[in-house]
Design a protein around this ligand. Structure first.
Ligand SMILES: [Zn+2]
Length: 435
């Protein structure tokens, strides 16, 4: 497959995944196309795993762990894990969201994580997520929902009413200036009734039976290549669906007979600190690893030996140098688009990388002909973090934080380089086959 085609698959993957709940559905759809079968495991059932078997577990519809059971004992090989996250910062619809004022029906939103709010203005926004409802048997069920058409908008104020916008930047008052315009047709209906009817129309579930929802605002604009040579690409949610996609491709390419147990863990809730039943700071990954050990009759000592042998790549995107803003970067650590995976280093351990794990990753890059770069944040700016430090602390395993370089992290429209996606997939494949 060509490098460009690989990125087209990534753009399609993102376009099919406008919310973390849809990410899981998209991954399941890709698993269904594989010649080697993938079996979905239920956390409430007993597991019987076979060497060479391919399995996945979903927790609460938006976190997923996939693994290929190794042929050798866990104590001998350890786990090879790639972690990433399924969520992206943005706007979420409040429970009693609909209200009408001055002839316009608006939806109230909550800010999820740390989006660049100004980028949400004047875009063709819509809604995707899941609803929970009472089914015909009076049981609680849930269902994905996605509106395809642009449904919502946050129109900017004209420059004539905000003369300083280009000098001071666009500042949005978070409570009063973020509600999204949904309709000019409120009629006689109460706003909540109108919104429920809209959900009924989209899902086929009677409005009175829809009891709650998790709805994310997404950008309906599809992903695109850009640049004179189409060497860049843009889409929403590159942070961190590009990493999920790269890791998934590496796992799907793994040969049937693998000595080590290979794991991909994609968590929701990274953007809000990972502390939840399905976040990286929750029990999901430890639970699944323990159950793999139990079903292979690995005793506690051998499980501890397995963790001691394990390694995790925490893959999340990195900040590429943008020459218009030279002062935002450490001059010695300008990482460039299309120059390979970035090893993220932070002495205060906002990233899990240390010298040995960094050297191991660099060696895997070298072995597969992939260039790599090193990033350190400016000392006078607070450094971001990700799932690497959390997961490696929880499990006690060696880890590294890496990512493909990108621009405009947490904008609703982010960009990155075509070559970097291929580089990342190659080094992840190498990791899965390394001794
Ligand atoms: Zn991220």
């Amino acid at each position: 497959m060509s490098v460009r085609q690989q990125v087209q698959y990534l753009l399609d993957f993102i376009d099919a995944s406008p919310s973390p709940w849809h990410v899981i559905k998209t991954i399941e759809a890709q698993l269904a196309t594989q010649t080697q079968g993938w079996e979905r495991l239920d956390e409430t059932a007993k597991w019987a795993l076979q060497p060479g078997g391919r399995y996945y577990v979903v927790r609460d519809d938006s976190s997923i762990i996939l693994f290929i059971q190794g042929e050798k004992s866990l104590a001998e090989t350890g786990f090879k894990i790639i972690g990433a996250h399924t969520d992206s910062p943005g706007l979420r619809i409040k429970p009693n969201a609909a209200s009408s004022m001055d002839g316009l029906l608006r939806l109230g939103v909550e800010i999820y994580g740390g989006p660049i709010l100004a980028t949400f203005t004047d875009r063709d926004l819509s809604l995707a997520g899941r609803i929970a409802y009472k089914n015909d048997q009076e049981d609680i069920a849930s269902m994905l929902v996605k509106f395809d058409q642009p449904l919502l908008r946050l129109p900017n104020l004209a420059i004539h009413m905000n003369r300083a916008v280009n000098e001071e930047g666009l500042k949005l008052q978070k409570q009063t200036e973020l509600p999204l315009i949904l309709s000019a047709l409120t009629g006689e209906q109460l706003p909540q009734v109108y919104f429920s009817a809209l959900l009924q129309q989209q899902t086929g579930i009677e409005a009175a039976r829809i009891l709650s929802w998790d709805l994310a605002v997404y950008d309906t604009q599809k992903g695109a290549f850009w640049g004179a040579e189409s060497e860049f690409y843009a889409n929403s949610q590159l942070d961190n669906l590009a990493s999920c996609h790269a890791a998934l491709q590496a796992l799907l390419a793994a040969v049937t007979q693998t000595d080590s147990t290979l794991v991909c863990a994609f968590f929701d809730h990274e953007e809000i600190g990972s502390q939840s039943n399905k976040g990286a700071d929750g029990s999901f990954l430890p639970d699944v690893l323990q159950r793999i050990a139990l079903s292979t009759a690995t005793d506690s000592e051998d499980y501890a030996r397995a963790l001691a042998k394990s390694f995790m790549i925490s893959a999340d995107m990195a900040h590429a140098y943008q020459p218009n803003f030279p002062n935002a970067y450490d001059p010695g650590h300008k990482v460039s688009i299309n120059k390979g995976p970035v090893i993220k280093v932070n002495a205060n351990h906002n990233y899990s990388s240390e010298s040995v794990s960094a050297a191991m990753f660099a060696a895997w890059c070298e072995q597969t002909g992939v260039p790599y770069q090193k990033y350190s944040h400016r000392c006078d700016l607070p450094c971001g973090s990700t799932i690497g430090p959390i997961t490696s602390a929880k499990l006690g395993i060696r880890a590294i934080d890496v990512g493909s370089p990108m621009w405009a992290m947490h904008s609703i429209r982010e960009s990155a380089g075509v070559l970097d996606h291929d580089y990342m997939i190659r080094v992840m494949k190498r990791f899965f086959t390394a001794r």
